[in-house]
Design a protein around this ligand. Structure first.
Ligand SMILES: Cc1ncc(COP(=O)(O)O)c(C=O)c1O
Length: 342
């Protein structure tokens, strides 16, 4: 069996490990969802085309609904695209580090995975990625932008260069796109091989409902649409997501706060640890004493994402109060390490 494992650990404490929104939806939005749910035809299958949801999302991102497919989280679309374009003997080109589910899905379809290694603290050299890719000749290129876990962002100019350099599909996973300077949605007209996945799980605080989108040119979407799993978005999630998107502009203030508080972390200098320049809603923190830093977070009840055999961890930007607690841990760590080295 080649299938890779992916274990979801149930976590306790202040959850800063999955890059969710730290705030629940407002009570006004939840009330509106409650009322909409009352009117659902529970005896009927959902609208397979998710017409209203795709139209509402399309209006928000400025793309026609005909170029959008809704799914059970963007994760479902990632698996779908990997299944569409890869099989045994075919190759996925991705980054290392990047989102672990790419490996999981590639292994489901018995595809090979080649990884372009990225320094977690340095921006990716796109020319080097392209020359690496040319040697590997992949059938699919897929990476997250901003990258999970580094937070690094690749500009539209660079994405366009990657799309132009390869004939194979290029999938850009914009799960954290709302926190970045720009989205590559504007490249869809010029890059025929570009596919973009997005989600409501992060900036829109709707992780529980599992709603994601796949967006590409009309001709690409016409080819893909007939292969998607029917009824994969249930009526309850569809109703909740449509209401959240109706209020999309209300989320901008919270997105701005997260970006501002993230940048406050990045403006500080440390000698005992390094923070990677993030354009997402999380920080990658690297230190040679990672076990010590992790145990200091744990002692304060802060649950962060650690990685086996890596000298870094990933911390979600939380509420202002939670961010203060993160800052206190970093300051205490820095103080102890500075004394230790004097
Ligand atoms: C880079 C990246 N892509 C996709 C996803 C999956 O998001 P969704 O909740 O839409 O399935 C995640 C979730 O953590 C992620 O980090």
């Amino acid at each position: 069996m080649t299938q890779k494992k992916y274990k979801v650990h149930s976590q306790k404490g202040i959850l800063l490990n999955a890059n969710e929104s730290s705030k629940n939806l407002s009570s006004a939005i939840r009330k509106e969802i409650q009322e909409a749910i009352f009117d659902i035809d529970f005896n009927r299958y959902p609208d397979d085309a998710c017409s209203l949801l795709c139209e509402t999302y399309g209006n928000w991102i400025g793309v026609p609904a005909s170029c959008i497919l809704a799914g059970n989280g963007s994760d479902q679309h990632l698996g779908f695209l990997i299944g569409m374009f890869l099989e045994k003997g075919k190759k996925l080109l991705t980054l290392s580090p990047d989102f672990g589910m790419y490996d999981y899905y590639a292994s489901s379809y018995h595809a090979d995975v080649v990884r372009f290694n990225v320094d977690p603290l340095e921006p990716m050299d796109v020319d080097e990625l392209i020359s690496f890719g040319k040697k590997e000749d992949p059938q699919l290129i897929l990476f997250s932008n901003p990258n999970n876990p580094t937070g690094h962002y690749v500009s539209n100019e660079q994405i366009q260069k990657i799309c132009a350099a390869f004939a194979c599909p290029v999938v850009i996973d914009e799960a954290y796109g709302e926190f970045a300077p720009d989205s590559c949605l504007s490249l869809l007209e010029t890059c025929q091989n570009l596919y973009i996945t997005r989600t409501l799980s992060k900036a829109f605080g709707l992780a529980s409902a599992r709603i994601g989108f796949l967006i590409s040119s009309l001709s690409n979407m016409e080819k893909l649409r007939d292969y998607h799993v029917p009824y994969s978005v249930n009526s309850l999630s569809m109703a909740a997501a449509t209401i959240v998107l109706k209020h999309a502009s209300e989320f901008e203030e919270e997105i701005d706060r997260i970006k501002k508080e993230r940048d406050q972390f990045l403006s500080k200098t440390y000698t005992s640890l390094s923070l990677s320049k993030s354009d997402a809603n999380f920080l990658l923190i690297q230190t040679v004493k990672i076990s010590k830093l992790l145990s200091m977070f744990a002692q304060k009840g802060l649950c962060v994402r650690s990685y086996e055999n890596k000298n870094y961890c990933r911390v979600t930007i939380g509420t202002t109060q939670e961010n203060r607690q993160i800052q206190e841990v970093l300051d205490a760590f820095e103080k102890e390490e500075t004394y230790a080295n004097e």
